[in-house]
Design a protein around this ligand. Structure first.
Ligand SMILES: Cc1cc2nc3c(=O)[nH]c(=O)nc-3n(C[C@H](O)[C@H](O)[C@H](O)COP(=O)(O)O)c2cc1C
Length: 187
C-alpha cells in the first residue's frame, strides 16, 4: 500500500527539509522512493534517517508544491531530525537498505520511534482532491495541459461539495500555480 505522507529530512548541517512523498508500506518496512535529483534523496543518503509524518492538513502538501515550505517543526525524539508540528502521528525511521536506481532509488527503512499526537477524524473528499491536484502540479512539465484541466474539473467537485477552510486555501494555491504555469507556457 502507498501512503501519502510528509517526509522531513535534514542535511549534515541540521538544516531541515520538508517534502510530500508516497511511502510504500510493506509489513514492518517503510520504503521511501525519492526521484533524482532531490533534497530528500541527498539528505537520506547523508544521514540515513527521516521522519515520516501522517498529516491531514493538506495545506502542507499543496504548500510544498507551490513554494510554501516553511511549516512549523519540533525536534524528533530518537533521531536527529524534525517532526511536523501538525502531524496526527509520526514515525522516526532509520535506513536499513538502499536499492540503487538511476531514476528513483528505494530506501528501505525501519521505525525506531512512533507516536500519536491527535485523533484521525475521518475521510474528506476535498482532501483527496487536493492531494491529486498537488500530484498534477508536480507533473505540470510532463502531462498535456488538456489532461490537467480535465482532471482538475473532476477533482473540483469534491472541493466544492466538502471542503473546509484549510482545503479551500490549499486548492486555491494549486489552481493559482496551474494558471501561472499556463500563462508562462503560452506567453
Ligand atoms: C502526494 C504527493 C506524493 C509525492 N510522492 C513523491 C515520491 O514518492 N517521490 C518523489 O521524489 N517525489 C514525490 N512527490 C513530489 C515531491 O514532493 C516534490 O517534487 C519535491 O519537491 C521533492 O523534491 P525535494 O526532496 O528536492 O523537495 C510527491 C508529491 C505529492 C503531492
Amino acid at each position: 500500500m502507498i501512503l501519502e505522507t510528509i517526509v522531513t529530512t535534514q542535511n549534515l548541517a541540521g538544516q531541515p527539509h520538508i517534502a510530500p512523498m508516497g511511502i510504500h508500506s510493506d509489513n514492518e518496512e517503510l520504503v521511501i522512493l525519492p526521484f533524482r535529483p532531490s533534497a530528500t534523496l541527498d539528505n537520506l543518503t547523508a544521514t540515513q534517517t527521516a521522519v515520516i509524518n501522517y498529516c491531514d492538513d493538506v495545506r502542507v502538501f499543496a504548500g510544498c508544491l507551490t513554494g510554501r515550505r516553511d511549516w512549523p517543526l519540533k525536534p524528533a525524539e530518537m533521531i536527529a531530525g524534525h517532526v511536523l508540528a501538525s502531524a496526527l502521528a509520526h514515525s522516526e525511521v532509520k535506513v536499513i537498505r538502499i536499492e540503487e536506481d538511476p531514476v528513483r532509488p528505494k530506501f528501505f527503512c525501519r521505525p525506531v520511534c512512533e507516536a500519536n499526537h491527535a485523533p484521525f477524524k475521518g475521510y474528506n473528499r476535498a482532501q483527496y482532491s487536493v492531494l491529486e491536484a498537488a500530484i498534477l502540479v508536480s507533473r505540470l512539465n510532463r502531462l498535456p495541459i488538456e489532461q490537467i484541466d480535465r482532471e482538475i474539473d473532476y477533482l473540483r467537485i469534491g472541493v466544492e461539495k466538502t471542503a473546509g477552510p484549510r482545503e479551500q486555501e490549499a486548492w486555491a494555491w494549486l489552481i493559482a500555480h496551474i494558471e501561472a504555469f499556463k500563462k508562462g507556457v503560452h506567453a
